[in-house]
Design a protein around this ligand. Sequence first.
Ligand code: FNR
Length: 390
Amino acid sequence: LRTVVQKGLLAGELPIVTTNPNWLEEQAKKKMTRAGFEYIFGGAGESSTMDANRLAFRQWKIVPRVLKPTTPRDLSVTLFGHKYDVPVLMAPVGVNSLFHKDKEIGVAQACAALNVPFTMSTVAQTTIEDIAAAVPDSPKWFQLYWPSDEEITASLLKRAKDNGFTALVVTLDTWTLAWRPHDLDSANLPFLLGEGCANGFADPVVRRKFAEMSDGGTPEDNIVQASVYWIGEAFPGSSHSWGDIKMLKRYWDGPIILKGILSVEDAELAAEHGVDGIIVSNHGGRQLDGAVATLDVLPEIVDAVGSRLTVMMDSGIRTGADIVKALALGAKAVLVGRPVVYGLGINGKEGAEAVLAGLLADLDLTMGFAGAKRVADLKRSLLRRVKYPG
Ligand code: FNR
């Protein structure tokens, strides 16, 4: 917090990129290509779930405390036996070279500079191996878009494990691409081709299988055909069911976290099938338009499975107060997507880092106002639910 204040308020150095959500969006729109901006900004359908994510945060208010010393504050949390300095993770976000040439490496380095765990997307435009080489010693999780092909799944998980990724996030709400008018209108899907498949094309099993189906061709020989093959694997339709979780366990002996859970029923099934954690997420309102806001279901999910599973959440986090609310309602940690990639789009690695630093400083300050010295002090009793008309 002190660094942010000294650099920003006192020296006027920081606000190249601030955490103000509206400012981020405006600047990103000015600086980025249309296709890049629209890909981050867009939600599914008429963006009603995106709106709901923000409205849900506004309907909870924090009751502050006074004359209660809260320094030094400890923002650390322990997840799956690892201690992390902060309760905030980078959400998996794919195709980052659409946003800035620093792409996923820039975001991973920004996270490393602040000890924020970086979650790498299956559809990153950087390979697992290159991320590991860029940030060898910092916390890294791997997000799986779960291929229908077991051999490819096993190969991706082996590469992640061999390269120091410690937890597996399996995204379940994106078995198919959604109806996203912004993407359709800005015709940005070609960016998914070619470089957009870098991580998939680097996979030895993907390469072998592609060669078998194309008479010895490499993905580079036929980018379009190979991209269609890889994207078909990453978004394979509804080809998996709960019973398949045991297959993942055969290839991954670390923590398994299911992302995209919004119902108590699915949270219960996750617990029954022996996973370690869930991320209550609607993919930032990018998949099912009309889906419930994550904050609106977080408490009931925590009540149902919180003693058996590590429950985390994302979708709509924009400020320190949002993080405090989510943690007070029982999330063990939160993930942040759009703000950081807007920062990347505006000013590369430095932009992503400024957004994250600002968010953490805001969180630190908000915890102080709420009378919390450590994350465990954030309890539901700190919050009040309000309903304003209109
Ligand atoms: C995403 N998200 C995402 N999720 C995932 O599991 N794998 C992925 O590759 C992507 N890609 C992606 C791209 C972009 C541009 C965005 C904005 C989001 C979803 C992401 O992990 C997270 O769930 C949301 O971003 C959280 O909502 P906010 O913080 O963006 O409101």
